[in-house]
Ligand binder design. Structure first.
Ligand code: NAP
Ligand code: MG
Length: 396
């Protein structure tokens, strides 16, 4: 039995991922490991019962314990308010946790030779880091209904006007938008990217469009460059790593011709689009991992996919399901490995390696869930429990 020095924060979730969460613990972790967790139930019924306090409490616990692992959770919409009889449309738990930890999300695919990426040259993972603050996600918009003048005005905290520029003299109807970002947020994003690149030993790319947006995107570029020169260049060179700034269009072309094996830091919107594009091109959303890294070095691991709602209803009707648990298992192994690193207990990392290897071996042996089987010729998928049992057999 492997033991743990300190607990990790465990955040349970919803629907089909909640079902496999329990199975992963019972069948793949507890037989080998004296699992120590501080448990928070982020399932929607308990978020409702606690007025969503449980989400904030869990995030605070990650701050205290340094490492967390999270199951996928429902972000309520109008349908969910009805389905679960909610008193409020509770906010996205991931958004709440990210706001408390002030973190950056890194999304990386799990590669196995059994699944070919759509881009044949991609041999190593491409990790997307998305700056999840500001820009169009917090923009102010206006529908222009008539001819008139739009201006950009900045007034200092002392009430004095500092700048007034004409954006456009509208001859008629149109649209208008105001975006912002903050130096401290960009800086903490840049720190997270440089540190994460060093921690995984991969090059870092950052892309924006500073040729067109000289002030706005230019400021992102300058902050990255300044931090690199002042704090990271020496460590990068020592590790044989490279930091590159690229224009977003040339980065987009560059990744297609690359063999992977680097981190691509993106502005908010670029990261939103590119993370879905890159995960689809690597084969399956069920093979994407995600880790939230805070500027002060807290780590929260999860699968990038959601609660697999359609299969949950099938599960409730007693029908066959074929849910791929790999990204959720990797969330656990990521958290256990990090716990081992922080506590100086290498047995945890060794167990994480063993469990990950068992997952990949299962797929390479041709035993896979429907989502992966659909990418192969002549392979039929197995159901959720058969797949978990096949992994267990291979842990040894
Ligand atoms: P989703 O749960 O990721 O599912 C989208 C589709 O991807 C599924 O219908 C399924 O395809 C496939 N899929 C995803 N994960 C899979 C897995 N492990 N094994 C097999 N197939 C998998 O996203 P969604 O349907 O948009 O959202 C469902 C719920 O999840 C929503 O309530 C949403 O709020 C929540 N969500 C949570 C998170 C999070 O907590 N991080 C992220 C995204 C969404 P098939 O239809 O082919 O089976
Ligand atoms: Mg998206």
């Amino acid at each position: 039995m492997i033991t743990m020095k300190n607990p990790i924060v465990e955040m349970d979730g919803d629907e089909m991922t909640r079902v496999i969460w329990q199975k992963i613990k019972d069948e793949l972790l507890r037989p080998y490991l004296e699992l120590q967790t501080e448990y928070y139930d982020l399932g929607l019924p308990n978020r409702e019962a606690t007025g969503d306090r449980v989400t904030a409490d869990a995030a605070e616990a990650v701050k205290r314990l340094g490492v967390g692992v999270k199951c996928a959770t429902i972000t309520p919409n109008a349908d969910r308010v009805k389905e679960y009889g909610l008193t409020q449309m509770w906010k996205s738990p991931n958004g709440t946790i990210r706001a408390i930890l002030d973190g950056t999300v890194f999304r990386a695919p799990i590669l196995t030779p059994a699944i070919r990426p759509y881009i044949p040259t991609w041999r190593k993972p491409i990790t997307i880091a998305r700056h999840a603050f500001g820009d169009i996600y917090r923009a102010t918009e206006y529908r222009v209904e008539e001819a008139g003048k739009a201006e950009l005005v900045f007034t200092g905290a002392d009430g004095k006007e500092r700048s007034r520029q004409i954006i456009y003299d509208f001859p008629g109807k149109g649209v208008l938008q105001g975006q912002f970002n903050r130096d401290d947020s960009i800086r903490s994003f840049a720190h997270a990217c440089f540190r994460y690149a060093l921690s995984v030993g991969q090059d870092l790319w950052f892309s924006a469009k500073d040729t067109i947006s000289k002030q706005y995107d230019g400021q992102f570029k300058r902050i990255f460059e300044e931090l690199y020169e002042q704090e990271y260049r020496a460590a990068f060179e020592k590790a044989g790593l490279r930091y590159r700034y690229l224009l977003i269009d040339s980065a987009a072309a560059g990744i297609i011709r690359s063999e992977g094996g680097f981190i691509w830091a993106c502005k908010n919107y670029d990261g939103d689009v590119m993370s879905d594009l890159v995960s689809a091109a690597f084969g399956s959303i069920a093979m994407m991992t995600s880790v939230l890294v805070s500027p002060d070095g807290m780590f929260e691991y999860e699968a990038a996919h959601g609660t697999v709602q359609d299969q949950y209803y099938r599960h409730l009707r007693g029908e066959r399901t074929s849910v791929n648990p790999i990204a959720t298992i990797y969330a656990w192994t990521g958290a256990l490995r990090k716990r081992g690193e922080l506590d100086g207990t290498p047995a945890l990392g060794a167990f994480a390696d063993r469990l990950e290897k068992a997952c990949l071996q299962t797929v390479e042996d041709g035993v896979m869930t429907d989502d992966l089987a659909a990418l192969q010729d002549g392979v039929s998928g197995v159901d959720t429990d058969t797949f978990l049992a096949a992994i267990r057999e291979r842990i040894g």
